[in-house]
Design a protein around this ligand. Sequence first.
Ligand code: SF4
Length: 355
Amino acid sequence: MPSCFATQVPHLLELAPEELARWFQQQGQPSYRAGQLWHWVFRHRAESFQQMSNLPRQLRQKLQQHFRLWSTRRLAHQQAPDGTEKLLLELADGHAVECVLLRQGERRRTVCISTQVGCAMGCVFCASGLDGVVRNLTRGEILEQVLQLQRLLSPEERLSHVVVMGMGEPLANLKELIPALDLLTSPQGLGLSHRRVTISTVGLPSGIRRLAELDRPYHLAVSLHAPTDALRTQLVPVNRTVGIEAVLEAVDFYFEKTGRRVTFEYVLLGGVNDSPQAARELGRLLRRRRPLVNLIPYNPVEGLPYQEPDAARVRRFVQELKHQGVEVQLRRRKGAQIDAACGQLRRRQATSAKG
Ligand code: SF4
């Protein structure tokens, strides 16, 4: 069902910086106008062209006629007591995506963004993959999630980190993702350090190699979730055709090519992949790579049979990995009071719309 703004003028954020510069040139405007415009969008958090007071009035009117600043509409906004906020955004074609703002301590403000509508990877514990993938997001739709979340911050707060860990497989949409991240990290965008941007993949070897070839200094996180092919294929069906060995070979290639260490993500599902034996096998698999493993206790999803792991088992899992010389981080669950796990809010909204 297309929404009412589907037929409007082009979305400003879809333009590459050089396209915008060309547009200003065609309007007889000096080249610094593009920088002024991006400054309003990314730094001053402008909501409309009219607010851009150092642009001539006529130019603002032209911008208004030729472009729209926003292509999404907020369908839902959830807030948790720990400061986590989640948005469900309606896209111009009526589909919806989720994105999350996480607050950690005084300064760390992280946005978690999506790259696809739905996901083709079908991880059995994830709400995003339940209905497959619909389409890739465009660069403008990826950027707009960041801007929508940025506008939830108080004037004193600054966005500090971006994680591409929401709905979808980022390496299946590098074509749109990389230009979006490049603008965010450029001085014209938010000027974020590349090291504060993490791309999280389920582990597509071809995508990992391509990212290595692109040689962007973003941080890469690979989701393993299991130490053996048998268990991983049960949890991450795409593993059937890929296999852990091929994922790790691609990770080694990435390290050789870029010199950057990869993080491994592991969602702990109660009674499924959280045994001491699984920890020992994971340690044996990874230890020669001097890995950092992020352990993420599962956030239960309504309608799915997986449980949060027992705290004592989590502690034991951590100990076993450390014993093998693996560096481990246990991620605190943020936003447990809202549908903060990937895809839950979108699914809930879709279900209530049908019902
Ligand atoms: S966990 Fe990530 S890769 Fe797996 S289905 Fe969900 S969104 Fe896709």
